[in-house]
Design a protein around this ligand. Structure first.
Ligand code: SF4
Length: 358
């Protein structure tokens, strides 16, 4: 006889998952304890930070942000450069700028209170479908359906969805919506994320302890670990460029602010040439920020990987007696570089150069 997954109604699936959550919920710095009201500011902040970043990485950033800026009004009043400095290392700096803009909109246009519906939340800068659903559910108990990587995996397995991601997202969302309850919607949203993070893990799911075990079609078919299917990724191209590490007689380093739009927009950089795809190693003085400098190529290379490409940077080092004025640039005392909100790739360039110059 062929085995099939048990037919369990959606309300029963939700009830079981909530009962499991009551015993096994994760304690997270931004999560309200049982019986406590969730703070929309903390929920929103954590959801923005968690986009494409792990819970373990976000923890210390969240603690620092909330102790420095304990409310959305405090964050709105903060200097953008200070926010970018605290954000440095989390990547995706457009998110940090949107975070600050969003705090301003909530403080100025909504009296410091976040809108309490998905539609209202989506009008805020940097708040897309996923974040709006997560905040509406977790902070305001709205029956919104969230679909992050954890939920996609759980639903693809439960309902044996074999179409590959990302094309399967609408189907997975519709299936997830069928189970989302109207009662305790916030707990349910966190419960299904916890199930994906701790039980229905990408490798070796712990099906024996899963509250949906008998209803799970992928478990019955023995294919849980193969789901969700994914469209193979294209190989990332490599871009190459040159950075100019210029130091004056006092040991100050020239940093320039990148243009607002585009990758690392508005962040400080060690001035660099454009990053060109497909080129062999690019070593050029054409884009040097200051003329008449004798540049010395440092051994080795700085490598960094962004979402869509690998980057290889050659570093040229130079010295000047007195640092001249350069558009959009400042001379930073070397012991204050930590305050410069350097993105990770530029922190690597500084480390690389300092390693060769000291
Ligand atoms: Fe995931 Fe296994 Fe639970 Fe299915 S039974 S939802 S594969 S943990």
């Amino acid at each position: 006889m062929t085995r099939t997954a048990a037919q369990i109604s959606s309300p029963d699936l939700a009830r079981r998952l909530l009962a499991w959550y009551d015993r096994h919920r994760r304690r997270l710095p931004w999560r309200a304890e049982p019986g406590e009201l969730a703070d929309p500011y903390r929920v929103w902040l954590s959801e923005i930070m968690l986009q494409q970043t792990t819970v373990a990485t976000v923890g210390p950033y969240f603690q620092r942000f909330t102790s420095r800026w304990p409310s959305v009004k405090a964050l709105a009043a903060a200097d953008l450069d200070e926010v970018l400095t605290e954000w440095a290392g989390l990547g995706y700096y457009a998110r940090a700028r949107n975070l600050h803009r969003c705090a301003g909109v909530v403080a100025m246009e909504h009296g410091g209170r976040f809108p309490d519906t998905e539609t209202g939340l989506k009008t805020l800068p940097g708040v897309g479908d996923y974040t709006a659903a997560a905040v509406a559910a977790i902070a305001f108990d709205r029956p919104a359906t969230i679909l992050d990587g954890n939920v996609e995996r759980v639903i693809a397995r439960l309902r044996l969805v074999t179409d590959p991601l990302p094309g399967a997202k609408p189907k997975l969302k519709a299936l997830a919506a069928q189970i989302t309850p109207t009662e305790r919607a916030g707990d349910y949203a966190q419960a299904i994320m916890d199930l994906g993070a701790t039980v229905c893990t990408p490798r070796k799911p712990k099906c024996l302890t899963c509250p949906w075990s008998d209803a799970c079609a992928a478990r019955v078919e023995g294919v849980a670990e193969e789901l969700p299917a994914k469209t193979p990724k294209k190989a990332k191209p490599t871009r190459r460029g040159t950075c100019f590490f210029l130091v004056d007689a006092d040991g100050a380093v020239l940093l320039r602010r990148r243009v607002e739009s585009g990758l690392l927009g508005g962040m400080q950089e060690v001035p660099s040439s454009p990053w060109i795809e497909g080129a062999e190693t690019v070593v050029t003085e054409d884009h040097a920020p200051v003329g008449g400098v004798v540049w010395r190529q440092l051994p080795g290379m700085v490598r960094h990987t962004f979402t869509h490409f690998h980057l290889e940077l050659t570093v040229l080092a130079g010295r000047v007696e007195t640092g001249p004025q350069v558009a959009d640039a400042r001379w930073w005392p070397v012991d204050r570089l930590g305050e410069a909100a350097l993105p990770t790739v530029m922190a690597k360039v500084v480390r690389h150069a300092m390693g060769h110059l000291t």
